[in-house]
Design a protein around this ligand. Structure first.
Ligand SMILES: *Cc1c(COP(=O)(O)O)cnc(C)c1O
Length: 443
């Protein structure tokens, strides 16, 4: 875009000026509507989610064998929810606002196999592809015990096929690890943001890591290109994949069960707010879709992005979706939140979910680091910077009196509210790396 185009955009969409100036913003979405009215835009239904749940159940015996750390959840990749009351006090002081209701953390940071939210979508898509190949080759039927896939015969079979993906780090980790375990030959195209230890770990698993000096968009384009030249190579398309999206969506029913186990109610008088860090949008979009289906209109989903990479906010707010990138308006897409370092949002997720998302906000890298240090100090929980993006969410909502009024969220209802911050990664960060993060936090 040239400066005249940018001026025109700003004239129609004043918030863009603040994005350009890297100011933190909070924006509630005027398109947000009921589940019933919003669902048709998604193009997927509860039956698609149920299909994904059933597939993951079929693979549970395989995962138990291949990844013994999943045995305690019987081969289901799921994380805990924990209360973080001390952090709530800290947030109230830091932001100077009372946060009514309870504050919980969803620890996807500690998901088995790859230690991030990508252990949902990424692994699911590889399993879906593996199942399809094995079914077509008459090596498998759906009623089989899938632990048979953990064998030299199957590894031999899958080694005829290749998988490619572009990533800022965590998606590559998930896809690399599960693909290599099944026997696929796998290439991960890593953007400049990707941390060295993630590449190292993948190489140890026998994954072909290709490095780029450019950002996520370039890494994805190269992965796509590699796959086009080889009919036996399957490209996992983080920018458009409905399969990835469905892998994330199974979180909805599972969270519903976890809340019920803790006697936490979600209904009109007990709203649930979920704060989700957003990169390209597939992870938070899929989770939000599953949550809406499972819990209905009283779950409010809010996306969080770095001030240097507000691609989803920009796409939904202007209605341009993947037709605009943050670079188009002069933002550099350089952030310490490597999981969120995406300049152009998914074209599929923004359009599918724009009627089901309540709001969006941005925060600075310095804020993510400070929150990383504070969560470690107050709760002894260590996350990577991206995973802190949801943490200011409860304060942003609590401060937004217009939004609360419009949504008929009275003080009484807010007193019964649950705020759930989705911690998306950090469980596998090596000790030395974590020390550096904590040193940068300087709290
Ligand atoms: C990938 C990632 C996200 C966001 O997921 P998207 O699908 O890219 O929107 C958030 N946090 C972490 C740690 C991630 O790795």
């Amino acid at each position: 875009m040239n400066s005249t185009d940018i001026d025109k955009l700003v004239a129609g969409f004043p918030l863009v000026k603040k994005l350009i100036n890297l100011e933190t913003v909070t924006w509630f979405n005027p398109l947000a509507t009921t589940l019933e009215q919003g669902l048709p835009y998604v193009g997927l239904t509860e039956y698609d989610v149920a299909d994904a749940e059933a597939r993951l159940q079929r693979f549970a015996p395989y995962l138990c064998l291949a990844f013994p750390e999943t045995q305690k959840t019987h081969g289901i990749i799921e994380s805990d929810i924990v209360a973080i009351p001390s952090m709530k006090e800290t947030l109230q002081q830091r932001y100077g606002v009372e946060i009514s209701g309870r504050l919980l953390l969803k620890k996807d940071s500690h998901l088995p196999i790859s230690g991030s939210i990508k252990a949902r979508g990424g692994i699911y898509e590889v399993l879906t592809h593996a199942e399809k190949l094995a079914l077509h080759a008459d090596l498998l039927v759906e009623t089989d015990d899938y632990s048979k896939l953990f064998s030299d015969d199957f590894r031999q079979f899958f080694s005829q096929y290749r998988i490619a993906v572009g990533s800022t780090g965590n998606l590559g980790m998930s896809i690399g690890i599960i693909s290599a375990k099944l026997g696929f030959r796998v290439s991960v195209h890593m953007s400049a943001d990707a941390r060295e230890w993630k590449k190292q770990k993948l190489r140890e698993h026998g994954v072909n890591v290709v490095e780029y000096a450019q950002d996520y968009g370039v890494a994805v384009a190269q992965g796509r290109k590699e796959a086009e030249s080889d009919p036996n190579c399957f490209f996992i398309d983080d920018e458009n994949s409905q399969t990835l999206f469905l892998g994330y969506s199974v979180a909805g029913n599972r969270l519903k069960r976890q809340l019920a186990e803790q006697q936490i109610v979600v209904n009109e008088n007990h709203p649930l707010f979920v704060y989700l860090p957003c990169g390209v949008g597939g992870g938070p979009g899929g989770v939000a879709f599953g949550l809406k289906l499972a819990l209905g209109d009283h779950v409010h989903c809010i996306f969080a992005e770095p001030t240097h990479s507000p691609c989803m906010l920009l796409g939904v707010y202007t209605g341009l979706h993947d037709g605009i990138s943050v670079q188009d308006i002069g933002i550099d897409n350089i952030t310490a939140a490597d999981g969120l370092a995406v300049g152009q949002a998914s074209g599929f997720v923004g359009r599918a979910m724009e009627h089901l998302l309540d709001g969006f906000y941005t925060l600075s890298d310095a804020e993510m680091y400070a929150l990383l240090g504070l969560l470690n100090r107050d709760e002894g929980i260590q996350l990577e910077p991206s995973a802190l993006a949801g943490m200011p969410g409860p304060a942003r909502v609590s401060m937004s009196s217009d939004y609360l009024r419009n949504q008929h969220l009275s003080a009484e209802k807010m007193h019964n509210a649950t705020h759930l911050v989705w911690a998306t990664g950090g469980g596998m960060v090596p000790g030395e790396e974590m020390k550096k993060y904590l040193a940068t936090a300087r709290i």
